[in-house]
Design a protein around this ligand. Structure first.
Ligand code: NAD
Ligand code: TYD
Length: 347
């Protein structure tokens, strides 16, 4: 079995690559990544010498290159995670999201279709997507697999578009696919532009914690390794042409999450309770900010037997410990371009 995993040097992709390389020694895992600002081979240094692992540096927007690697390696399946993934960046540069998330996905679909055209049996195109494609919930209700798509940000619009193309290739050409839509992830290797790692880094450096708007926005948080477990299960046991929602029934208002994080950080840093909370600063809201995301994960639970392995408090503690023990990683990724991004974003 030769599996092409895209975006494997990123946050979630690195956990998926590690899981597949170590758990399935008989599989050949090919990690294709362009190593953008979000991709970092440091994330995989423990498995880089494994015999069943190959890294391919390349860009999914380059159709010729994608075609060439399908011809060279004859992949049996694809697990597609490569994407531009940050909502705030999509507001300042939407076209980059169209290029990678839409055109890049199209290139992979076209090459897979061409490479597998004589026999789709045993082949699988696994597309990793997000709950953000469903848009925003009010105070009640959950996203199910039949909720209509209603994306509000350029990021979620580009992911929704890629989901539609994957589904269309399944309906039109019979390409065997699976799509999973997951809620917000957190955990080790999370790039510090997203809420949790950004705030951990800022607390360490005693910088302000920029809470958007009134902080009463709700997200549904899942530990990244639980997402990797769900992907493993859906890849092996999921039905073709199906979609599965993934989430931990773990909704938090941003401000409550930030206060919990501050409390845990005070303990870890041996500070007086309340020290970190003093850093909270309410800032201008994100345009088009979705009020609430919340996933109904009962389908993947009932049909495939998946459930999260850690509570939020356990996952958050593991995450904080990882960041405190890996300050070199944090210092590396927050040097260079990051400084410019940060000052533009939070000036
Ligand atoms: P990330 O930004 O941390 O990593 C993305 C990876 O893709 C990086 O390694 C980057 O170098 C690579 N990449 C970007 N553009 C590329 C290109 N043109 N060609 C090849 N590689 C390229 O993202 P993440 O948070 O790990 O998300 C991975 C996937 O999971 C994305 O598809 C995202 O939409 C989806 N997802 C993320 C979350 C979340 O909370 N982070 C939740 C649900 C779904
Ligand atoms: P984020 O981690 O960017 O994920 P997403 O926008 O994909 O859900 O943001 C999570 C929530 O935190 C979201 O409601 C926006 C908010 N947020 C802040 O309040 N301040 C910040 O600096 C960031 C990055 C996010």
């Amino acid at each position: 079995m030769k599996i092409l995993i895209t975006g494997g040097a990123g946050f979630i992709g690195s956990h998926v690559v590690r899981r597949f390389v170590t758990k399935y020694p008989a599989y050949q895992i090919f990690n294709l990544d362009a190593l953008t600002y979000a991709g970092n081979l440091e994330n995989l240094k423990d498995i880089q010498k494994s015999e069943n692992y190959t890294f391919l540096k390349g860009d999914i927007t380059d159709a010729k290159y994608i075609d060439s690697i399908f011809k060279e390696y004859n992949f049996d399946s694809v697990i597609h995670l490569a994407a531009e993934s940050h909502v705030d960046r999509s507001i300042t540069d939407p076209l980059a999201f169209v290029k990678t998330n839409v055109i890049g996905t199209m290139n992979l679909l076209n090459s897979a279709k061409e490479s597998w055209k004589n026999n789709f049996k045993g082949k699988r195109f696994y597309h990793v997507s997000t709950d953000e494609v469903y848009g925003s919930l009010g105070a009640n209700g959950l996203f199910t697999e039949s909720t209509s798509y209603d994306p509000n940000s350029p990021y979620s619009a580009s992911k929704a578009s890629s989901d539609h193309f994957v589904r269309a290739y399944g309906e039109t050409y019979g390409l065997p696919y699976i799509i999973t839509n997951c809620s917000n992830n957190y955990g080790p290797n999370h790039f510090p532009e997203k809420l949790i790692p950004l705030f951990i880094n800022n607390i360490i450096h005693k910088k302000s914690l920029p809470v958007y708007g009134d902080g009463n926005y709700t997200r549904d948080w899942l530990f990244v390794e639980d997402h990797a477990t769900a992907i493993d299960l859906a890849y092996h046991k999921g039905e073709n042409h199906e979609t599965y929602n993934i989430g931990g029934f773990n909704e938090w208002k941003n401000i409550d999450l930030v206060k919990l994080l501050c409390k845990l950080m005070d303990v870890k840093l041996n500070q007086k309770e309340g020290e970190s909370e003093k850093l909270i600063t309410y800032v201008k809201d994100r345009p088009g900010h979705d009020l609430r995301y919340a996933i109904d994960a009962s389908k993947i639970n009932k049909e495939l037997g998946w459930e999260p392995s850690v509570t939020f408090e356990q996952g958050l503690e593991k995450t904080i410990d990882w960041f405190l023990q890996n300050q070199d990683w944090l210092d590396n990724v927050t040097s260079g371009d990051y400084k410019e991004y940060y000052s533009k974003m939070y000036q």
